[in-house]
Design a protein around this ligand. Sequence first.
Ligand code: GDG
Length: 489
Amino acid sequence: AETVSSLLGDRELIVASNRQPYSHERENGEISVSRPAGGLTSALDPVMQSAGGTWVAWGSGDADFDVADEDGRVGVPPESPAYDIRRVELTDEQVEGYYYGYSNQVLWPICHIDPAKMNADTAFWEHYQRANRAFADAIADETTEESVVWFQDYHLGLAPRMVREERPDAFCMQFWHITWPSWDAFQACPHYEQLLDGLLANDLVGFHTERYCQNFLDCAAMLSGTRVDRATRSVVYEGGRTFVRPFPLGIDADNRQELADSTETTAFWESFRREHDLGETVAVGVERLDYTKGIPERLTALERFWERHPEWRGEFTYVQKASESRSQIDAYGELQAEVESEIERINDRFGTDDWVPVVYLNEHLPKEGLAALYREADLGIVSPRRDGMNLVAKEFVASQVDEPGVLLLSELTGANEELGDEAVTVHPHHTNEFVEAIERALSLPKSERKRRMHDLRKQVHSNDVYAWMNAQFRTIEAIRRGREVAAKS
Ligand code: GDG
């Protein structure tokens, strides 16, 4: 946190994201505040608290605006305000069209290379443009030429261009949290020109991996008026230059380790164990119910595993922690129904009076609960069909403080770039190989598991979320210094 504020110097940081770090709610006339829940918001909050600045985000309820000034601005944290949240007000219809519509039914399937899931309703695009405009107006209002504006994710693909038009001298950067696909896949997006034009208004665009950077450069090359400079990984366009760089996101590994070691975590596991008929050996999967996460494919592999290895029946339990997500979208509702009925069928097929093959948890767990599952599991199974990074893989590793388990990791994740060597690799669609990987992972000797987990932990601790932030701010510094030098000569 120190480093980011020292790298910033006098410049003010403006963060922009769809989700806000604190939200206000009214209960029985009393206002209460919810704290940051998501990984990124909770990691950025201390940085903002030490650096100061403004966080522009969608304000979701009446109470959010009741406590704010007329521009939607409120100081946080409430007990001793250190920075401002500036809330953007959107109607329910706008959220429907911009968030559930364009962001999650056009950009999400396109970037995860599943165009058949795209629903390119024209109203979605209208709302996406308007919501980006509302964000951009609020951001421009908070921004001076000395500001650094940091856009988060795919909800804000057009806002950088809109801000740039108002504030030509501000430093704009964006981190794109999901996969960036090849040109052939991205071209399926009906508004690829506008989106590339929007993103190329940034001075710096970051992705999780080098591959996504190269894909983005390939796409930028297809936009008319651009010149892609491969040597410097940058794009010259509309009188500006956008640098494209990989910054693989990490987690707060120390914090996850502490959680795994806490007495609450132990207590959670003891009652969880009592409540469920678990086998001696446990595997865990944790995800939002999203079709990119490969849950049905994983269940198919697990079913075949118990089919071929009857000796593991009664011995090996899979715990699926699933959170309901975007469930008003058809593809998500259907997935949820499919996952639930598959689990029921598998449990009917193999389950006995004192053993349930698949334990399904669909309630949101406290962090200690997740930590307990991660710590106690012998296998962590992370097998998405596509995933920009996947933080669950890293959380599992950081929580493995006792007897070492094994990470099974899909080669179609960003995390595979960093963790692939010491994990057991799986391919979500190659069922036979997946079944063998489960078997292999379960029979790895302890010394081997220990060695692998040790290396994984080292990796996750050294490239944590703070290293990720610092790398970006160091890159901004380098770009700004380079420009000063160029301006002088
Ligand atoms: C996108 C990209 C990229 C889940 N259930 C509970 C819970 N969680 C937390 C996990 C983890 C987070 O949700 C999920 O993060 P992922 O990275 O796995 O996946 P996405 O949501 O798809 O995130 C992804 C990420 O952005 C960051 O750039 O890695 O590729 O798709 O932190 O722990 N947390 C709690 N209870 C639950 O029940 N407390």
